[in-house]
Design a protein around this ligand. Structure first.
Ligand code: F6P
Length: 366
């Protein structure tokens, strides 16, 4: 089937590089003579039409993607609420049930004569993309997330920027930690995978890194701080992934709302309080949170985003559908969406970055 009109959408938490992907998709599409539409705010314009009196998409021409490669965020908006595969609706008796609204989206795309969809997102968005593909939509996914937890791709865009920023913060915290002889606990995002904590922690020479893949024993972390004190290094930097949990313990959860994934956060404070007590040292906790998602993408992320966007358009032009573009150095290949949807890539404990960290004497609290 020849392509005349495609749509693009961004879903889930934003990540640096989204706008670079959008620019790349739009230019690669326009250069093939295709028209390109941007679906607003995930699929919100379709799911909540009353809130979008001017329609659920906007036309993307060359002017609309000028000068955006280096900008954080997404010019077409995003959301991590209201998953159309399990959309929450309140029944007459007040109870909430989940309904599948993907057919409505597929029908709306057909009605607008949209031949294909490029869906940029993390695991949730790519699972939605897969569900739409099963309803006959020609879809290509682009892997986005600062968490780097998507399977089948060596990297997602956004991750490098998050790691670079986190390591910069750790560098800055070193001098204040040393001046005050304090423990600095730095909590980073990453959901149930410790990629950001591990990469930033190793790059910025943290003393301990706590990741979801290795439940920690706080006494082992305290031992590390004490050993440093005895060696005359009177400060310590502890990086904690938001998904870290103690041996035999649970994740630290901020809350869960209907139609939204569980929100993690706050484990850094637990770790900080425990270390202050166990080590008798002044401790401060810094939660980097959404700062990791903002700002200018690094050159590495920009390039990856531009490569992913153009590859997604090439995939469509070559007749592929129901695939995701994936980094497999030195190339970008296409992998079936079904191999990605619902899967999570955690840190392999025998990976060389883990081994490097252990060789350098970094504690994982185990
Ligand atoms: O998936 C990206 C991410 O930033 C996670 O690291 C974090 O747990 C989550 O999104 C936060 O989501 P929200 O924007 O809803 O606070």
């Amino acid at each position: 089937m020849s392509i005349k009109r495609i749509a693009i959408n961004t879903g889930g938490g934003d990540a640096p590089g989204l706008n670079a992907v959008i620019r790349s998709v739009v230019l690669a599409a326009l250069n093939r003579g295709w028209e390109c539409l941007g679906i607003l705010d995930g699929y919100n314009g379709l799911l909540y039409p009353e809130a979008y009196p001017h329609g659920w998409y906007r036309h993307l021409d060359r002017d609309s993607v000028r000068g955006i490669t280096h900008l954080g965020g997404t010019i077409i908006g995003t959301t991590n609420r209201g998953n159309p595969t399990s959309f929450p609706v309140q029944g007459p008796d007040g109870t909430w049930i989940e309904v599948d609204r993907t057919e409505e989206i597929a029908a709306a795309l057909r009605a607008e004569a949209i031949d294909a969809l490029i869906a940029i997102g993390g695991d949730g968005s790519l699972s939605i993309a897969h569900a739409l593909a099963e309803r006959g939509v020609r879809v290509v996914g682009v892997p986005k997330t600062i968490d780097n937890d998507l399977d089948e791709t060596v990297a997602t865009f956004g991750f490098d920027t998050a790691v670079a920023f986190a390591s910069d913060c750790l560098d800055r915290l070193h001098s204040t930690a040393e001046s005050h002889q304090r423990i600095m606990v730095v909590e980073v995002m990453g959901r149930y995978a410790g990629w950001i904590a591990l990469f930033a922690g190793v790059a910025a020479t943290a003393d301990a890194i706590l990741i979801p893949e290795i439940p920690y024993d706080i006494h082992k972390v305290a031992d590390k701080v004490r050993q440093r004190d005895e060696a005359g290094r009177k400060f310590s930097i502890i990086v904690v992934s938001e998904g870290a949990k103690p041996v035999g313990g649970e994740f630290t959860i901020i809350g869960k709302q209907i139609g939204q994934a569980e929100r993690l956060g706050g484990v850094g404070h637990k770790v900080g309080e425990a270390l202050q007590q166990l080590c008798g040292k002044e401790t401060r906790v810094v939660q980097l949170g959404h700062l990791l998602r903002g700002g200018t993408p690094t050159a590495t992320d920009r390039l990856l985003s531009l490569r992913f966007g153009a590859a997604a358009v090439r995939a469509l032009a070559e007749g592929y559908a129901n695939v995701m573009v994936a980094l497999d150095p030195p190339t970008v290949r296409y992998v079936p969406l079904e191999k990605v949807a619902g899967r999570m890539k955690t840190v392999p404990l025998d990976s060389d970055t883990m081994l490097t960290a252990r060789d350098l004497g970094i504690s994982f609290g185990d």
